[in-house]
Design a protein around this ligand. Structure first.
Ligand code: EMZ
Length: 388
């Protein structure tokens, strides 16, 4: 099997039953597997809520390690929309020309460094660095902050040793407290200062609310972006023709981004808590139980996607749900898409081919299902294109 291949473990269950079941810390989850059901449940935010106990819609549940509500992620309409309106313009800044220029400079430097090395371990030396540095643009804080963030590793709540690591969460919370205190004393044009000045229903956000937004910004787009970047490198290593095709026809880059995100589905699923006895795909679910919207499975649904297990980099009709669907669609999607766009364009410019030396998969276990989401580590050699 090719190293960049991400197979679909849900196919049989999706076709036969439409659902999958898994336990998670004695709080079981019924996974909706079909594209239609995933969208329908995501749309029905009254029966399937996000505003449950903080941490409960995440799988694995983070209830035991945090009690701060992430905003707007763990808030339902109508308040969800009110918070979202406050933060949304900030999360659209990646579309601005200056932001793009800065991102190009950062990613160009990372690729130049990679080209100068014999071996690069992509997860930690490339994707983690790239994600952390790019996040300084989203926060609009000094570049040097990224060194601290890199030291936190690929997940702020999880470590290699434990799936839920409370001590790691505390490192993040202490850091955020310090940054907020600093911004109160020195208001500037950074994310913290924007949130401190923001008003919701004519009232300033509380410190708890501000922390909720910031924690989400650190946690939500971390391993997901790292997986998307790493998987992209692995894909182009094994499909050099795809990179050459994009070079010849740059109009395809936007299609390629959506297709890679569909194929990778860096976030397998997201939970919801059920408010009343109901059904998911004819399967009874009880009030106060959990379901999940399995984006990864929906994105391989053959009733929606032709050749669902193939990457068609020019796929035109692509209603994927890799960034979620409906009210709660991913707040960081613009930033993530810009990262991938600049990454691909820089690879096109500077890289001819990539050789995989060795790789270890990162596999998630969801009940009977095992799904590859990315790599624990993957060593590669980047080869420069002959542009001179
Ligand atoms: C939460 C989540 C958000 C959670 C869109 O996903 O991402 C997870 O990686 C975090 O652990 O706390 O932010």
């Amino acid at each position: 099997m090719a190293k960049s291949e991400i197979s679909d473990p849900f196919e049989k269950a999706r076709l036969e039953k439409g659902i999958g079941e898994m336990d998670d810390q004695n709080d079981p989850v019924v996974m909706a597997l079909r594209h239609k059901d995933v969208r329908r449940c995501a749309h029905n935010h009254k029966t399937f809520i996000s505003g449950a106990e903080p941490g409960r819609i995440v799988i694995p549940s983070e209830v035991s390690i945090r009690d701060i509500r992430q905003i707007p992620f763990e808030v339902d309409p109508p308040m969800h929309g009110v918070y979202r309106a406050v933060v949304e313009p900030w999360f659209k800044r990646p579309l601005e020309a200056d932001y793009n220029t800065a991102l190009k400079k950062q990613i160009g430097a990372i690729i130049d460094e990679a080209l100068s090395k014999d071996v690069v371990e992509v997860v930690k030396e490339f994707a983690l660095v790239l994600q952390s540095r790019a996040l300084t643009l989203l926060f609009n804080v000094p570049f040097s902050e990224s060194d601290t963030w890199i030291s936190w590793g690929t997940h702020v709540f999880r470590s290699q040793e434990t799936a839920l690591d409370a001590s790691k969460a505390n490192v993040l919370y202490d850091y955020i407290d310090k940054q907020i205190t600093h911004a109160i004393a020195n208001p500037g044009d950074d994310f913290y200062s924007m949130l401190l000045a923001a008003e919701v229903n004519e009232k300033k956000l509380t410190k708890e609310e501000i922390k909720g937004v910031i924690i989400l910004t650190f946690a939500g787009g971390r391993d997901t972006v790292i997986n998307a970047v790493t998987n992209s490198i692995a894909y182009f290593a094994e499909h050099p023709k795809a990179l050459h095709r994009l070079k010849e026809d740059p109009k395809l880059v936007n299609f390629a981004i959506e297709e890679l995100i569909r194929y990778f589905s860096p976030l397998t699923h997201m939970g919801r808590v059920v408010t009343e006895d109901t059904h998911v795909c004819e399967h009874a679910v009880k009030a106060d139980s959990r379901i999940s919207l399995n984006w990864a499975s929906a994105n391989r649904d053959a009733s929606v996607f032709e050749k669902p297990n193939e990457v068609l980099i020019d796929r035109k009709i692509n209603p994927h749900v890799a960034f979620g669907f409906g009210t709660h669609n991913c707040l960081g999607a613009t930033h993530a898409r810009q990262i991938l766009k600049v990454l691909i364009n820089t690879l096109i410019d500077k890289v001819d081919s990539i050789d995989i030396i060795e790789a270890e998969d990162n596999i998630e276990t969801l009940g009977e299902f095992k799904r590859k989401v990315g790599f624990n580590n993957i060593k590669v050699k980047f080869n420069a294109s002959n542009t001179l």
